[in-house]
Write a protein that binds this ligand. Structure first.
Ligand code: F6P
Length: 730
């Protein structure tokens, strides 16, 4: 039954029942009113007629004729049906012609009026017998007869009016009910949709109460359910922690009880460079590692040991090679380590980036392993291990070793500081044993890493690959139940730690509103305001799938010509590892392909690809994110990819669409993105078209859910820990 009928039918039935009960009542009441009216009228008539009547009756001969004429005049003047006079003996002495036979005289001396209603075949008659007195004696009764058929007619009319009145009320009430029900229903459906799409799940309890008081309880229950499910998921996912400031601070301070924190990475978080005009400026490197760990260091203080690669780095350290950072608000110190050009070439460009990097990324670039590079790699790892021992103020510091540049460092630090807690994080994927097995120094690399107390990867898949690799190449005890590997009597816990960004990101605080960013960026690029904008932000690296991304843009323009002149994609690409051939070739190819596509589809004032191969600082990157309609992360293989997370974090307007490669760790965390296989050009082009035509509501729903996954992490983590405790899992 349609919704409105569900309200109207019972209402109509109830009103019909009330009308059925009310009509006879109203009928009876109005009849009684008429009778009472006629009773009073009889009394008035007799009051007026008493004296003249008695006089006429005693007026001698011809009295009868005079009385009858008088009666006739009363009947006509008062609109009475008939008049008669009965004497005390019950004899009808005078009567007008219409006086009915049925109205009989009753003998007796009555001083009170008597009123009756006679039901005759022609209709009811009201008879009022009024005593006529003379000299204080009763002469007889004046019989006043009223025809009551008018009352019957009026009563029928009344009944009709009452029925119409009820029908009218029913119609008006039904109409109001249907309109209110319809409006409420629509409100409910819209509210419920928002609840189910996730929108309301993200609001605070107070905002929830304000937004939808009636749906508040449902949304709250759903919030609890989603959080519980997430908590359970995390609790099930043994060892999962977000490698963010909160989690790390908690691990360091509570779980590890450590006071002294030392980070070791190749890339430093602040690079001092000397410009051509001799002014020293500070650069923040385009590095996911730095993005993730710098907030941790700001929170924990400590020492960050890194390669001093900036042209003015030596000019800005003290005599112990230290410099306090961040420059505007110093919170921790960097200890710079100096490398010769040859060492950097062998260790960084050679073994790390031409060997391990392509080895671990399945991006179809062959790794190169050269013995001299390996020599330098060992030397540099040893140098850093010495610096760690030198910097340590206690014999049990917490040492956070970062990435594939330092596979040997954990064991070397363990030899120097046996009581240290060494947490190594591998920021890139870990391949399967067959792929890893081609490394000539595979056992040494694995042995070095197993000097760690804890070893972290982004995904469980990479952890499992690592277990398989150790199983294959080392005499070690691999326990997949407890996620622990024991080698040489020393245990290493292997855990999945999906790296994340600080929330809300620092860079967001200085950003203009989205509308202004959109305007500014379009003006800067010479685009008209209605042009849709896509963005890609990467280091210029072959693993990022930039050429595949451009191919997808080209295909989009072939398939959907409406975007020609109406869509532009800004590719911000930070130059990276420029002295490696593979990277130089990539640089050339990227420029060529962008130029070819622009030539083919460029229109005055709108190039399909705006290529910016230069360093962008965080503020510029966040402005681009906020100005764009879509962000495409097309990595061919990526440990996590923080650009994807930054894009979501940058969109506090809850708009914009993220297109994300299925080969990134982030694809596991940001399930509401449009997930694509970047090698599948048709699919990626279709995803771009979908993103460009997606409704604002759908964009909001997707953004909110992904943002919630990141933002609510800390709260969910607390629930997860509670759930684990309840389940007895330590
Ligand atoms: O992705 C691995 C990684 O070390 C990241 O942590 C970092 O974003 C990037 O490579 C930096 O590369 P490089 O220091 O060689 O410029």
């Amino acid at each position: 039954m349609p919704l409105s009928l569900r309200f109207v039918v019972p209402l109509a039935l109830a009103l019909a029942a009330i009308a059925y009960a009310v009509v006879p009542l109203v009928d009876r009441l109005t009849f009684q009113w008429f009778v009472r009216d006629l009773d009073m009228r009889g009394a008035l008539v007799v009051q007026a007629a008493q004296e003249p009547l008695v006089e006429l009756m005693r007026s001698g001969p011809g009295a009868r004729q005079r009385v009858l004429r008088y009666f006739q005049s009363i009947v006509q003047g008062q609109r009475i049906f008939a008049l008669g006079f009965c004497d005390r003996a019950g004899k009808l002495l005078y009567a007008t012609p219409a006086y009915p036979d049925a109205v009989r005289c009753v003998p007796g001396e009555r001083r009170e009026a008597r009123n009756t209603v006679l039901e005759l075949a022609d209709g009811p008659l009201h008879v009022s017998g009024q005593p006529i007195l003379a000299d204080n004696a009763v002469l007889g009764e004046l019989m006043i007869v009223h025809d009551m058929s008018f009352a019957q007619r009026r009563s029928e009319d009344t009944r009709k009016y009452v029925l119409w009145l009820f029908a009218g009320i029913a119609a008006v009430v039904a109409l109001i009910t249907v309109v209110i029900a319809e409006i409420s229903w629509r409100g409910w459906v819209a509210g419920l949709k928002e609840v189910l799409s996730g929108g309301m799940l993200l609001r605070s309890p107070a905002a929830l109460r304000r937004a939808a008081p009636e749906l508040g309880p449902i949304a709250r229950d759903l919030q609890a359910l989603v959080s519980d499910m997430e908590a359970e998921r995390l609790a099930r996912d043994e060892g999962q922690t977000v490698w963010g400031p909160d989690a790390l601070r908690r691990i360091l301070r509570q779980d590890l009880k450590g006071d002294e924190v030392i980070i070791v990475s190749n890339r430093e978080p602040y690079i001092h460079t000397r410009r051509k005009d001799n002014v020293i400026e500070i650069q923040r490197p385009a590095s996911g590692l730095v993005t993730a760990l710098e907030p941790v260091m700001r929170a924990c203080s400590g020492t960050w040991i890194a390669h001093g690669a900036g042209s003015a780095d030596r000019d800005t350290v003290d005599r112990h090679d230290h410099v306090m950072v961040p420059p505007e608000n110093p919170a921790y110190r960097i200890r710079r380590v100096w490398l010769s050009e040859e060492e950097e070439k062998g260790y960084y460009f050679g073994f790390a980036n031409e060997g391990l990097w392509p080895l671990c990324h399945i991006a179809h670039t062959r790794p190169s392993f050269r013995a001299p590079d390996w020599e330098h790699y060992q030397t540099v790892n040893r140098r850093f291990a010495d610096v760690v021992a030198d910097e340590a103020r206690t014999d049990d510091p917490i040492v956070l070793v970062q990435d594939y540049h330092f596979a040997l460092l954990p064991r070397m630090v363990r030899e120097r500081l046996p009581k240290a807690t060494i947490i190594t994080f591998w920021h890139i994927p870990w391949p399967n044993p067959e792929a890893f097995g081609i490394c000539p120094w595979r056992e040494e690399v694995l042995e070095g890493m197993l000097g760690s107390s804890i070893l972290g990867f982004h995904t469980q898949f990479h952890c499992n690959n690592f277990f398989d690799t150790v199983d294959r190449f080392l005499e070690a005890r691999v326990d997949r139940e407890t996620f622990t590997i024991s080698y040489g009597g020393q245990p290493t816990e292997v855990r999945r730690y999906p790296i994340s960004i600080e929330w809300p990101p620092n860079a967001l605080a200085v950003q203009a509103p989205v509308a202004e960013c959109r305007k500014r960026v379009r003006e800067m690029l010479g685009l008209s305001p209605e042009v849709k904008l896509g963005v890609g932000v990467d280091r210029l690296d072959y693993t990022k799938g930039i050429l595949e991304r451009f191919a997808a843009i080209e295909r989009l323009l072939e398939l959907e010509p409406r975007w020609i002149g109406n869509f532009s994609f800004v590719q911000a690409a930070a130059p990276s590892r420029v002295s490696i051939d593979e990277y130089q070739n990539l640089d050339t190819r990227v420029r060529q392909v962008a130029a070819r596509i622009n030539e083919r589809f460029g229109r005055p004032g709108c190039q399909p690809i705006v290529l910016r191969i230069e360093h962008h600082d965080a503020a510029q990157v966040y402005e681009l994110y906020r100005a764009s309609d879509l962000c495409y992360v097309s990595s061919l293989h990526d440990g996590m990819n923080l650009v994807a997370k930054e894009f979501v974090a940058a969109r506090d307007d809850e708009q914009g669409v993220l297109i994300l490669s299925q080969f990134t760790g982030a694809a596991r965390d940001l399930a509401e993105a449009l997930i694509v296989n970047p090698y599948d050009i048709e699919q990626s082009a279709a995803a771009m078209h979908l993103a460009l035509t997606m409704s604002p509501e759908e964009q909001r729903a997707r953004m909110l859910l992904d943002a919630a996954r990141m933002r609510h992490r800390s709260r969910v983590m607390a629930r997860a820990r509670a759930a684990r405790r309840r389940a007895g899992v330590s």
